[in-house]
Structure formats: C-alpha cells, structure tokens
Design a protein around this ligand. Structure first.
Ligand code: 5CA
Ligand code: ZN
Length: 416
C-alpha cells in the first residue's frame, strides 16, 4: 500500500520571477546554483522514521526543503520532489515491542500525525511519499544489481538463516567525498548511526549493510534471488531516489545528522555501479534543546503537535523556524517562540491596514534574500521593515497589503 501524502495547496501567483537559487552544497563546501535540467529540478529528501511524533528538528528540515521548492518554482523551474518514509527499521520495531503494538500500526499512526503537522505548518507535500515496505522489490533489485556487479560480500551470523550482505567500499572510489570527513571522524559516529564497524569479518569496518538476513521474530521478505530478510537503511533511499527521480538527483536533502554515514553511503552505493548519486547535498543543521540535539532516542523533544495542542498558531511555529538560518545549528527557547508569535501578530496588524507602502520592492528583497542560500532571517527583517512603515500610517496604495500577503504565502509559506 502506498503511503498517502497530505493535501496540496495552490500557490498564489505573484508578479515577476525570482533569481536562480544558490545553496550550500555539503560535498563541495561551496555555494552552488540549482539549475536543474530542461526546466526540471529533482529533489529527494530523507523522510521520517515513524515511531514518534514530529519534533521541531524534523519540522525545521521539512520547512527548509519546502522553502527550497518554493524558491525553485519562483525561479521558473518545475520541481519533482520525492520523500521517503522509513516504515521498517530497528527503532520502530523496538518501540512497537515496548508499547505492545503492531509495528505497522505504530507506523501508520505516526505517519498520520506527521501529515497533520506538515499540513498545519503549510509544508507543500512531496509529489510522492514513498514507504520502504511498499518498495521492497525495487530495493531488492538495487541490492541484486550490486551483487551482480561483484561489489558485495556475505557474512553469516549465528542467529540468521542466510548471509547478511555488505557493500565492499573498495569498489567506491568516491567514498568520503560527500562528508569530506577523516576516517577518525567517521569512526566517532558510525555506531550510533546504524553502522556495525566492530563486526568480525568485515573487509572495511565502514562497509554498509545492504540486506539483513531474517532473524527469529523479525519481519522479513523473500524477494527473488535474495535470502529471506530486509533491506539495510542506506540502500533504501538510494533505490527509491533512483527509481522515482533518476540519478543524479539535483538535490539530496535531509538533516546534517545524515551527512555521514547515510548520504555518504548513498553516494558510494551508486558509485559502485558507476552512477553519480546527486549534483548537490543540502543539509539542515541540527535543532537542539539546552545544548543537545533534539532526538527521538534522547527524548528531549519539543513536539509540533504538543505546541499546536497548547494553542500555538502553526504560523508562529513556522516563523520561529524561519528566524534561524538552515545552515547554522540552533536551540529552541520559549523566548524565541514568544518573539515569533509577536512577529506574527504584528504582521497580521500591518497587513490589515487600508493603505501601505508598495509591495513590489519588498517582494524583490524577499526574493533576493531567499535565492541567496535561503537567508530566511533577512527575508523576515524585510517584512518587519515594511510592517513598521505600514503601522506608522505611511501613505501608499490600497493594494499593497493584499499583494504582499500573497507573496508571503507563495515565497515563505506564511499564510496570514
Ligand atoms: N528515516 C531517516 C532518514 S531516511 C531519518 O533520519 N528519520 S528521522 O525521523 O530520524 O528524521 C527525519 C528527518 O529529520 C531527517 O532528514 C533528519 O536528518 C531530520 N532531523 C532529525 N533530527 C533533527 C534535528 N534535531 N534537527 C534538524 N533535523 C533533524
Ligand atoms: Zn534517507
């Protein structure tokens, strides 16, 4: 069964067109323009593992890529956007076992809540939200392609029926070029991010698992040519991106916790069969709480759904996110949320005046800020400046508030 997305909204048309979007590409460490090909830009963004509710870190990631999509569209490109859902994974199975619920039911409940949160935050849905469970066959065929290419090896575990399959990273010359990390840096995080460098028999400790042979009590599938089992994490995204968008994708996106190993391995798995995975890698830096990364496993969460239940306007949450650049980490504070709520009220008041300074220069400045590596704080300040003038009763024209409201909706996803 395909995973459903959430309802799309029609973007208001606004006059003119924005400049080409420039973003910070992790792999090159430089600012690169996103040009697409034949008028189309493709974007693959790593989606949720649905075992807990959307927190502000997830929201920051999906709002950032929503803004990327809006800027690309505004520059005249058609955007093809695919996001996955990791609807089978160890933490999901563990949480389901802990709570005494079926893992499929847990995934379904959390995906439904994610859809609600995304809708409330005004995040445009991807063209397709693709689950791993519905994609087992195509992931298995990506694994078989690597096996046929002779770049894999098997390791038998005591508790498994067949062999676990690994990619031999020696076949991927480009390994290391996405993160540009040293092996020492890689070693520091690989264990907590799903790797198993200490397993005896591995050729390279970082070789990623492609297919995990079935263990007792674990869900498994039996695609042709592979032992009963389930896919490794990285090959899921590589296979879905290649199948739905074709390689290279223009943008591979996600949070910065995915730079290594996840996106490094996606690139390596492609390189091993002589494909280039992505033209650019874009990462939302981590959102934290009290100096620690916000994460489901740590449990230090500010949930979008909890804020909404407390009566926080979802557009204030959006403004809170936009007040921080995507390429710097930041910590949530109640004070920042209060400031975002105050800003929202001020903008609402300004947009309801009868006449105000013209919207066109404001729209041009928002476009300039957003196309310049998504400078969201600068874009918000531009609107603040206009609001000051409008609220001071400066004369202008009667259409300005309406025109600007449409632009804020189309470019920033802020609906007032
Ligand atoms: N399912 C995998 C990706 S294939 C996954 O990482 N799922 S997740 O639920 O853990 O995270 C969903 C998305 O939110 C990922 O892109 C992740 O990089 C991003 N993310 C997670 N925590 C944070 C955080 N604290 N700040 C910013 N982004 C985050
Ligand atoms: Zn992914």
């Amino acid at each position: 069964m395909p995973v459903r997305t959430w309802p799309t909204v029609t973007l208001p048309a606004i006059p003119g067109r924005g400049p080409a979007l420039t973003i910070h590409d992790t792999a090159s460490g430089t600012l690169v323009p996103v040009t697409g090909r034949d008028g189309v830009a493709t974007m693959y963004v790593c989606g949720i593992t649905p075992y807990d509710a959307t927190h502000l870190g997830h929201a920051a990631t999906y709002v950032t890529f929503d803004l990327v999509g809006r800027a690309l569209r505004d520059s005249g490109l058609t955007v093809r956007y695919v996001e996955n859902v990791t609807d089978i994974d160890d933490p999901l199975l563990e949480r389901a076992a802990r709570d005494g619920v079926a893992w499929r039911d847990l995934a379904e409940t959390e995906i439904a809540l994610f859809r609600e949160d995304m809708t409330a935050l005004g995040v445009l849905p991807p063209d397709e939200l693709v689950g791993v469970v519905e994609s087992i066959d195509l992931i298995a065929s990506a694994v078989r392609e690597l096996v046929t290419a002779g770049v894999t090896y098997g390791l038998t575990g005591d508790d498994a029926d067949g062999a676990d399959l690994y990619l031999d990273l020696a076949a991927a010359d480009s390994f290391g070029t996405v993160s540009r990390w040293t092996r020492e840096q890689m070693d520091l995080v690989i264990r907590e991010r799903g790797g198993d460098p200490d397993r005896p028999g591995k050729r390279d400790p970082f070789d990623p698992l492609l297919w995990r042979a079935a263990r007792d009590g674990e869900p498994s599938w039996t695609p042709e040519g592979l032992p009963p089992g389930r896919p490794g994490w990285h090959i899921e995204c590589t296979a879905i991106a290649a199948d739905r968008l074709g390689l290279p994708v223009d943008i591979q996106g996600g949070g910065s916790d995915l730079v290594f190993p996840h996106h490094e391995m996606s690139a390596a798995q492609s390189d091993a069969v002589d494909a280039t995975y992505a033209a650019a890698y874009l990462h939302q830096e981590m959102v934290g709480l009290d100096g620690e990364k916000m994460s489901k496993s740590r449990g230090n969460l500010v949930l979008v759904s909890a804020l909404r239940r407390d009566g926080v306007d979802p557009m204030a949450i959006r403004l809170l996110l936009l007040a921080h650049r995507y390429d710097s980490p930041w910590d949530y504070t109640d004070a920042a949320l209060a400031a975002a709520t105050a800003r929202l009220e001020r903008w609402r008041a300004a947009l309801s005046v009868n006449e105000a300074p013209p919207a066109e220069p404001v729209i041009a400045a928002i476009r300039a800020a957003m196309s310049d590596n998504l400078d969201t704080p600068a874009a918000l300040e531009v609107v603040d400046g206009w609001a000051d003038h409008a609220l001071a009763g400066e004369p202008g024209d009667a259409s300005a508030p309406g025109v600007l409201a449409r632009a804020l909706d189309a470019l920033l996803g802020v609906r007032l």
